[in-house]
Every structure is written in structure tokens, then in C-alpha cells.
Design a protein. Structure first.
Length: 334
């Protein structure tokens, strides 16, 4: 783990295996397939493919990577989309991903990169192809540790539900603002003074507040740290560590640092991913982020998109990442 979407030439990715969207005869084709053959060395790769062919639809075969940085090329045969038999098309496409992942694990690969199989000349609707890819990869990663990449050349080859994008766009228009907004948390005195000077709020210093007696008072009364809060929330939600770091799209080694490293501070993307994995409310997410020194802001598109999904009760991190990718934002997780 984790599963990442990248806009990059798949032949240049530093992974153990790349997947070629192949035909049943494993013959060199155009598009991504042609690019892989050319980068690997067409003559040598075709000779290896001829020995492995034919391959049934939904199955996969493995060959050396030859001139690629990847050690292996896994040739996955996706279906030609038939709208009158969409169920069988989906079964074959899902199998192409699963069988490719299985071959990667069997050959001791720790990382693998896919194109969006069958979404080109094979005619599979791009948004449906993406849903099947994400679902199949997510299901496999539930039982295996593997870094998985979905490589796309450009946004045109990557489609997310137009209905979902419309809802997110509306939420961004309504909530994403350039000017400073007051956070939901209680503001510090110094923040209130700055906002008052800018005529953004009416400042009334709380009469009950007393100035701290010194720096020792502040340092000696710190809030519960991020890692302790996280572990307490995992127990309260009755979840296991494995369940949480996989739902957060995190690497096991990174989660281990958080659990064992005293004072370890995660990146904002990691902290948000863990809040999503725990299905925290917006206020709970704010609290957890604050313990790592972060906050969700309406001046940041990334933050507003994340907030939309939390408010909507949609904690599918892969779907969140699809939308973040579409908006050129960093993805959640590792």
C-alpha cells in the first residue's frame, strides 16, 4: 500500500512491474501498449510475448521488463466493452486487475503501475472503467501490502462521475473563499486582536482570561499529542491498526512510525487521511488536525474538497482522491 493516481508516462515510473493493456495474442499495438513495447525494446519483448500467448480475456501473463526500469511487464487482457453484456465486461475487467496484482505478488513485486485498462480503443466508458479499477485494487489491497499506481497521460483519459464533480464544484463555489475566515475553533487572544484591527470582528477580551504566569505554565499544560489522540480514537471506534492504515491509504511502515515514535508529527495529508479512515465528524477532524498543528481552511481548495466529503458522510478515500486528482490537488495517504 498505498494506491496513488499519477499523471505520468507509465514507462518512466520507478516500480517493480508495469501493466500493459494487451490483446489476447500479446501483439504490439498502439497507444500505451506501443509505448511500452518501444521503451522495453520491441523485438525482445515481442519474442517473450509470443512464448506466453495466447492469453484469455481477464487473464494476465508476465515477461521481463527488458530496457525498462521496471523488472517485469505484466500483460493484462481487458475486455472489449459490450453494452448489451455490461456485467460480463465488468467481470473480465475486474479479473484483469486482480490477476495482474496476483502475478505481481507471486513474483515478489512491491510496487506496480497500471494504465486504465480497456478505456481506449476497447471502448469501456472511462468513468465505469475507473470505478472497476479502483474497486478491484482496493479489494486486493485489503489482504496485501503493495504500492499501486494508476498512471494516466492527461485528465482527458481520466473520468470521475459528473454528478459528483458537480456537487463538489458547487460546494467549492459556496465555501472556498480568498479572504480570511474565522475558524470553528476558539480564537486565541492575539488572533482576535489582529482581526479587530482589520475590522473583521468586534473584539471583546474575555474577562475570565488571565495572562499565563510564564512559559513554563504553557509548556507544562500541553494538550494531548496527535499520536495519543489517534490511538485513543482507534480504540474508541473499535478498529484495528491494520484496518485504519489501509482505510487511510497508508503504508504499514509509516503507520508504525506514528504508533511508536514519541512526538512524531504526520504531514497534513496523512493526518486528514487518518481522520477519514476513522470516519470522524468535522469537529472531530478539526480537533485531530489541531493536535498536529494543522487546520482545515476555506481559503484552500484541498481543504474544502475534504470538508465536502466529511460533511456528506462519504469516507471512501479512493473516491476522495479521484476528485482531488481532478482538481490538481495532492492526494490523501502515503
Amino acid at each position: 500500500m498505498p494506491f496513488n493516481i499519477v499523471r505520468q508516462d507509465i514507462t518512466k515510473l520507478k516500480v517493480d512491474a508495469i501493466v500493459n493493456a494487451a490483446n489476447t495474442d500479446l501483439q504490439m499495438g498502439g497507444g500505451v501498449c506501443g509505448a511500452i513495447f518501444k521503451a522495453a525494446g520491441a523485438r525482445e519483448l515481442q519474442a517473450a510475448c509470443n512464448k506466453a500467448a495466447p492469453v484469455k480475456t481477464g487473464d494476465a501473463a508476465i515477461t521481463p521488463g527488458f530496457n525498462l526500469s521496471a523488472k517485469y511487464i505484466i500483460h493484462a487482457v481487458g475486455p472489449v466493452y459490450r453494452h448489451w453484456n455490461a456485467e460480463q465486461s465488468e467481470q473480465h475487467l475486474r479479473a484483469a486487475y486482480t490477476n495482474s496484482l496476483r502475478l505481481a505478488v507471486e513474483n515478489k513485486c512491491e510496487s506496480i503501475a497500471f494504465p486504465l485498462i480497456s478505456s481506449g480503443i476497447y471502448g469501456y466508458p472511462k468513468d465505469e472503467a475507473l470505478q472497476v479499477a479502483t474497486s478491484a485494487i482496493q479489494a486486493f489491497l485489503a489482504d496485501h501490502d503493495l504500492d499501486v499506481y494508476l498512471a494516466v497521460f492527461d485528465k482527458a483519459s481520466f473520468a470521475v462521475s459528473e454528478e459528483l464533480l458537480g456537487e463538489v464544484a458547487s460546494y467549492i463555489d459556496e465555501h472556498c473563499v480568498a479572504e480570511h475566515r474565522i475558524h470553528r475553533r476558539e480564537l486565541l487572544d492575539v488572533e482576535r486582536e489582529v482581526l479587530e484591527e482589520a475590522d473583521l470582528i468586534k473584539y471583546n477580551a474575555p474577562s475570565s482570561m488571565q495572562a499565563p504566569t510564564g512559559i513554563d505554565d504553557l509548556v507544562g499544560n500541553l494538550d494531548e499529542p496527535f499520536s495519543a489522540t489517534l490511538l485513543r480514537l482507534i480504540d474508541a471506534r473499535e478498529k484495528t491498526d491494520v484496518e485504519v492504515y489501509k482505510r487511510a491509504n497508508l503504508d504499514r511502515k509509516l503507520f508504525s512510525k506514528i504508533r511508536t515514535g514519541k512526538g512524531y508529527m504526520p504531514s497534513k495529508r496523512t493526518a486528514v487521511a487518518l481522520a477519514v479512515a476513522l470516519e470522524l465528524s468535522l469537529d472531530e477532524t478539526d480537533d485531530l488536525l489541531e493536535r498536529a498543528g494543522y487546520a482545515l481552511s476555506h481559503s484552500q481548495k484541498f481543504d474544502v474538497i475534504v470538508e465536502y466529503f466529511i460533511v456528506s458522510g462519504n469516507y471512501d478515500i479512493f473516491e476522495i482522491n479521484e476528485v482531488l486528482f481532478k482538481y490538481d490537488q495532492p492526494l490523501l495517504g502515503g
